[in-house]
Write a protein that binds this ligand. Structure first.
Ligand SMILES: [Zn+2]
Length: 344
């Protein structure tokens, strides 16, 4: 098959822009150190886009999620629904409109699918764990540079289609375990998360609370004495805590760390913090003292999200904070996540 025929075939079955396709082929030739011909590179791209160049091979008519590129118009994608987001209503040209989204994984990657007005009824029929096949969706890069599939009036959505073996796609729980690391833009309440981000703000306020030395529960001063519900009158220990804002480039979130996590973030021990506070007679002084070196710090936060009714936002309580990041390890983890799917 000659180069032009291959190009025709790819454009016809994916709707990809011809210029974009040509530049992808040129990139592929460069990537492979010019060891491959134009035709050869076009074959590789066709394969990556799920375009069969052999007429008899109709076994896979869909594009693997990892091979999606912005600008594709008529793609067929399938995968298991791993996350369903709430329907959002908004005003558009004076009338109420709706938008909703869900995420699917086919084992090669994740993609969010966006449903608009007319497709909301279909969206409502989809449950987590379902397998869906989306025919004639278009691929769009969102403002965070992530690819999304959009449903148009030409798109067909098949729920649990008979031609897909459910066993061929990882179950939602397996996929969710794999997807522990998240972008903050995807943050929701009640998630266990791992985020790599930068500290962009630290709240200067009292950074201690009092805990019972026996059980570690927080105690309050009551008429000059500290009482633990369980242990009666006690002399409390001070426990360090700090609230800060973490930004990962997609969004930011308020986090609170206690004890060892707070020490790790601030780079001082609780005892040093107590001494600083005492000598300045200011319980927020330890934060002020270290703010400059904490701002801009790159940290990995493991934690649990919850919804704050007062601020109307999702916040994170950390349960592990790492500030000396081993970037080689982190890159290995990201690489593994990208490669996941090739292993099956
Ligand atoms: Zn106690």
């Amino acid at each position: 098959m000659d180069y032009e025929t291959i190009i025709e075939r790819i454009v016809k079955s994916t709707g990809i822009d011809r210029k974009l396709l040509t530049s992808k082929i040129e990139d592929k030739i460069k990537e492979l150190d010019k060891l491959v011909s134009k035709e050869g590179a076009a074959h590789i791209i066709a394969n990556e886009l799920g375009v069969s160049l052999i007429d008899s091979d109709a076994s896979q008519d869909y594009v693997n999620i990892k091979n999606l590129v912005g600008g594709l118009r008529n793609v067929i994608v399938m995968g298991r629904v791993v996350d369903i987001y709430p329907i959002n209503s908004f005003q558009k040209e004076g009338k109420e409109s709706q938008v909703a989204a869900l995420s699917i994984s086919d084992g090669t990657g994740f993609v969010r699918i966006v449903f608009w007005e007319d497709s909301i009824p279909v969206f409502k029929n989809i449950k987590e764990g379902d397998i869906i096949k989306v025919i004639n969706a278009y691929v769009k890069e969102n403002k965070f540079g992530k690819l999304e599939l959009h449903i148009s009036y030409r798109t067909k959505v098949r729920i649990n289609p008979e031609d897909i073996d459910p066993k061929s796609i990882p179950s939602a729980s397996k996929v969710q375990r794999q997807s522990e690391r998240i972008d903050l833009i995807e943050l929701k309440r009640d998630m266990n998360i791992k985020v790599l981000g930068v500290v962009v703000n630290v709240f200067k306020k009292n950074c201690f609370f009092n805990v019972c030395p026996d059980c570690g529960k927080s105690v309050k001063l009551d008429e000059g004495i500290y009482m633990c519900k369980e242990h009666g009158r006690i002399e409390p220990n001070k426990k360090l805590f700090v609230s800060f804002v973490l930004d990962d480039g997609t969004n930011n979130v308020r986090c609170t760390s206690f004890g060892r996590d707070a020490e790790e973030l601030l780079g001082i021990s609780t005892k040093e913090a107590v001494d600083l506070a005492d000598s300045h007679e200011d319980s927020s002084y330890p934060i002020e003292h270290v703010t400059e070196r904490v701002l801009g710090k790159e940290v990995i936060v493991y934690g649990r999200t919850s919804f704050n009714d007062f601020s109307n936002t999702v916040e994170v309580i950390t349960n592990k904070l790492i500030s000396n990041i081993n970037f080689e390890n982190e890159l290995a983890v990201i690489f593994n996540e990208v490669q996941y799917g090739d292993k099956d």
